[in-house]
Design a protein around this ligand. Sequence first.
Ligand code: HEC
Length: 314
Amino acid sequence: MRKLIPIYLRIPLLYAIMFAVLEYFIDSGDRPAFIKYPIVALFHVVFIFLLIAIEVVLNSVDKVSYQLLSPEEKEQYDLEQTKPIAQQEAFKKWMKKFTASKSINEEADVLLDHDYDGIKELDNVLPPWWVGLFYATIIFALVYLVRFHIMDEYNQDQEFATEMQIADKAVEEYLKTAPDVMDKDKVTLLTDASAIAEGKTLFDANCVACHKADAGGSIGPNLTDEFWINGGGIKNVFNTIMEGGRPGKGMIPWKDQIKPTQIQKIASYVLSLQGTNPKDAKPVEPEAKEWKDEATATSADKVASVVVDSTAKK
Ligand code: HEC
């Protein structure tokens, strides 16, 4: 067996197996176990050292036992070594253990006396590798039977639900640290109270200086009417807050200071103020155009809104 896999493959292979097993069984979160736990790193070093030591010892044992052979045995041994692996005695023995096959000259022993028009039948034993697998399936089935049909540990529906839960958690974890994933194309109007409330808090903190607390407008325009300079609707309003208004008008891009998902909430809050008619609202800006939402817009309006949309990007 040792001769089958050369040493320069054997050591890395054993090491890789050990590595995989350790990483699989030691729960070390998002970092590899050997970095998180120094003791594991130490184990790696010891393991490699042992691997090499064992190789060295086995090698010297081979050499010593070779020296102990008589000259004829040495010759026999050397001859054996020059043969291809499949013809070496050690390999043949090993194969025999796994297959229990009879060599051609032993076939007479297992020949049955059936004769089907000259076709004869051998009564070979089942190959041990196959029998082993067969017993393994029986053990598997027994364990399965007890766990899932007698103890009723869980069924497929429950397994699916738990896996989905784990996946949801992973997504949640990912989103916590992931760069904010919201943009002009994906943004949608939020209507749930907590999002609107969060939007209001952010608006009160950042925007009231120019738009007033009721969004009626002072330096910046009134945000509560249906007239928009840079286009209405969630996509345009989100975009204006992200990228700023027309250059030089005083509305800066907010994307560097506020996360896109938070801007989505602010934009949703702003749009929730539509039609609130605050007192002393700023008059409609001369450049502003009336905005109709996609859903209520006629096709003529849609053409108009596309025009408005294109100004928003400038
Ligand atoms: C320094 C003053 C100032 C601040 C602070 C400010 N804005 Fe503005 N805002 C403006 C001005 C001026 C305009 C008009 C821009 C233009 O003409 O293109 C504007 C335009 C807008 C528009 C587009 C209006 C339209 O008719 O197209 C929106 C939406 C808006 N602001 C939202 C906000 C939000 C939300 C905040 C807080 C995060 C904010 N603004 C903070 C001055 C400000």
